[in-house]
Ligand binder design. Structure first.
Ligand SMILES: Nc1ncnc2c1ncn2[C@@H]1O[C@H](COP(=O)(O)OP(=O)(O)OP(=O)(O)O)[C@@H](O)[C@H]1O
Length: 653
């Protein structure tokens, strides 16, 4: 702490102190780098005043007399245009001389000191960066050339008050004063440039706006003197033309914030209407939310989460520029909107508020990205939302089931992205997924339901991806499964194939895409069938070889199929390879995907394949069979005109 010296020629009790070296450095940075963020002083001083009230409330739990018959904690902001000052007054815990010297002359937090030391010269010019750590009280010096603090500590006599004054350069003075009221009044003597023109902080409406923007949810009343509209009084009896009135300041104080942070209240005291109103307030959604969850989370980081799931997906859910994330508060002080670090991408539709006392007040987006505390909040939020969804999905209550169905119709595809993004929650996400199947049309079969219906001896969950339900149901790949009465999950959304790359099993049962790799029905295939397949492979070998030559570069290979019943042929890609549709989709999205060729599988029992062997138009027929297999798979022909020409020629024979 600084050495006190007697200031010459002034109050004999006035003592001059020099700032701790780091404070002087910080003050220099604050005034030189933060001028473009000048507004923050309002937030910082209101937040300090609110903290001081919180501290008093806490101390008073053991000693009621600290309230000194003034238990109504509040913050007042007064503007004096003549003196060019703005004063923040609170009736919180207050400070005595020792406190003032200690708290306003040093930097208490070791982290801030370390941060300061690490900054390079150019970084010190960077307002964003400087704003990251708690500039707190010192932010007042961005706009003020002198700050005077008058304070008296709760429970101490009136003559133990203190006046602390500084111009924010190298030193400050303290002197004893008599102050009847408990608490602190901080007066900023505004610099010329902040008391006129665009940046005029003497403008009451500007201060009100800033309080509403940053501190609306401070749970104490923040008051300003009430202004009323005074009509111009017309004296001239002969002339009653209105000449316009003016705003007049009254002696009455009015509360300018809502003074209640919904999320800080216990959920048992909040009714549904309040939750819905608050949601509408923060989202501008006209509709009520589908559901919400409100919790105090204790653990490594303590925070309150109030998370909402909207009823409808926004138009821009899939555009990259979509604003998402939660509102972040630190100790009820608004920090930022759309804090995207607080939620994983696949939960970008969730709205709400996070309030943590463990994050620094001046936390920036960059800092959020690196913070372990933020990661732990993000993980907590993801788990909480997935649990909420699971409780809807598994509920016996038809209302909740209906809500889940509504949710799934709007956001089902987005949460599938989580399979790739959030490996830790893959199982939880997989449990929420619902599909149509070859035996059930509605989007309602879960992997769990499917497993419960699996045939005896079935070792895998079979699924098929296609562009739409009709294409999936008519897919040649499905024929053998239909014949054997094996249910297959039909996935028809664009993200399915991509998402399923990340999910290879569910609850220890492997998941198998029936259009990829060899069909392995395991115990569901009997010995006789296997023997027959081997025989067919042998007899058809000359045709298969000839097909390979005819198709050339188009097919990777040609094989005798065991999965076809009614169709002559189908296309198959290798295990782990991308389907032709997926390749096409990625290419449309501008991604550089290496082309990979499918294998043509032919049905040895189909008349068309049988006819091939002796056909004079072998080559044309081979191309047509390949093209049709591609069409049946939902693919697009490279040369539709050539295909039609071939088909027409064959028809005319
Ligand atoms: N209105 C006030 N009443 C009582 N004490 C105050 C008041 N304003 C500031 N102080 C004291 O001064 C200290 C320094 O304030 P400052 O805003 O610089 O840091 P902080 O509030 O501790 O940190 P941060 O602002 O980053 O949360 C506070 O910790 C508090 O002890």
């Amino acid at each position: 702490m600084s050495e006190a010296t007697q200031a010459e020629g002034l109050n004999p009790e006035l003592k001059k102190h020099t700032f701790e070296a780091e404070v002087a450095q910080l003050l220099h940075l604050v005034t030189h780098s933060l001028y473009s963020n000048a507004d923050i002083f309002v937030r910082e001083l209101v937040s300090n005043a609110s903290d001081a009230c919180d501290k008093l409330r806490f101390e008073a739990t053991n000693d009621d007399s600290l309230y000194e018959d003034d238990g109504e904690l509040k913050i007042r902001i007064a503007v004096d245009e003549d003196a060019k000052t703005i004063t923040f007054t609170d009736n919180g815990i207050g400070m005595n001389e020792t406190d003032a010297i200690e708290n306003l002359g040093t930097i208490a937090k070791s982290g801030t000191k370390a941060f300061l030391d690490k900054l390079s010269e150019s970084q010190k010019q960077d307002g964003q960066l400087i704003g990251q750590f708690g500039v707190g009280f010192y932010s007042g010096f961005i706009v003020a050339d002198t700050i005077s603090v008058e304070s008296r500590k709760a429970g101490e006599p009136a003559d133990k008050g203190v006046r602390w004054v500084s111009d924010g350069t190298g030193s400050f003075t303290v002197e004893p004063i008599t102050k009847d009221t408990r608490g602190t009044a901080i007066t900023l003597h505004l610099k010329e440039e902040y008391s006129e023109g665009e940046d005029n902080y003497l403008d009451r409406s500007k201060i009100k706006r800033l309080v509403n923007k940053y501190s609306d949810h401070i749970s104490l009343p923040i008051q300003m003197r009430k202004e009323i509209w005074q009509e111009d009084v017309v004296d001239d009896e002969n002339d009653d033309t209105p000449t316009g009135g003016e705003m007049v300041l009254t002696d009455e104080w009015e509360t300018i914030n809502k003074a209640s942070a919904l999320w800080t209240r216990s959920s048992s005291e909040i009714d549904d209407d309040e939750y819905v109103d608050f949601y509408k307030n923060i989202t501008y959604d006209m509709d009520a939310p589908l559901t919400w969850t409100h919790n105090r989370v204790e653990g490594r980081v303590q925070y309150t989460q109030l998370l909402y799931i909207p009823k409808k997906a926004p138009m821009d859910l899939y555009t990259r520029e979509q604003q998402h994330g939660l509102k972040l508060y630190v100790k009820r002080v608004f920090i930022m909107d759309d804090a995207e670090q607080l939620l994983p991408m696949y939960l970008r539709f969730v709205k709400g508020v996070i309030d943590s006392a463990d994050l620094p007040l001046n936390v920036s987006r960059e800092l959020l990205q690196e913070s372990r505390d933020v990661k732990s909040i993000r993980d907590g939020n993801a788990r909480r939302i997935l649990t909420l969804l699971a409780s809807l999905a598994n509920s016996e209550d038809s209302d909740k089931q209906e809500k889940f169905a509504q949710f799934y119709a709007e956001f089902g595809d987005v949460i599938k992205e989580g399979l790739g993004e959030d490996a830790g929650n893959k199982e939880r996400i997989a449990k929420l997924l619902r599909y149509a199947t070859s035996t059930q049309d509605g989007l309602e079969t879960s992997f769990e339901d499917y497993k419960a219906r699996m045939k005896e001896g079935q070792k895998a969950i079979y699924y098929l991806t296609a562009d739409n339900l009709a294409a999936a149901k008519n897919s040649p790949q499905l024929e053998l499964f239909k014949k054997k009465g094996i249910e297959v999950i039909l996935m028809t959304s664009r993200v399915d194939e991509w998402a399923m790359n990340f999910l290879t099993s569910f609850d220890e049962t492997p998941l198998q895409n029936i259009a990829k790799g060899a069909v392995d029905l395991g115990d569901l295939q009997d010995e006789a069938e296997k023997a027959e397949a081997e025989k067919a492979e042998e007899t058809l070998k000359p045709v298969v070889d000839k097909l390979k030559t005819a198709l050339g570069e188009r097919a990777k290979d040609v094989k005798v199929s065991t999965r076809l019943v009614d169709s002559p042929a189908c296309l198959v890609v290798g295990e782990g390879e991308l389907s032709p549709q997926m390749i096409q989709m990625l290419q449309q999205m501008g991604q550089d995907v290496p082309a990979s060729k499918p294998t043509l599988e032919v049905n040895p029992d189909h008349p068309l394949i049988k006819k091939l062997e002796s056909s004079e138009q072998f080559d044309d027929l081979a191309q047509v069979i390949f093209d049709q297999a591609l069409l049946a798979d939902g693919g697009q022909l490279e040369d539709p005109a050539a295909y039609l020409k071939r088909v027409n020629e064959l028809l005319m024979r």
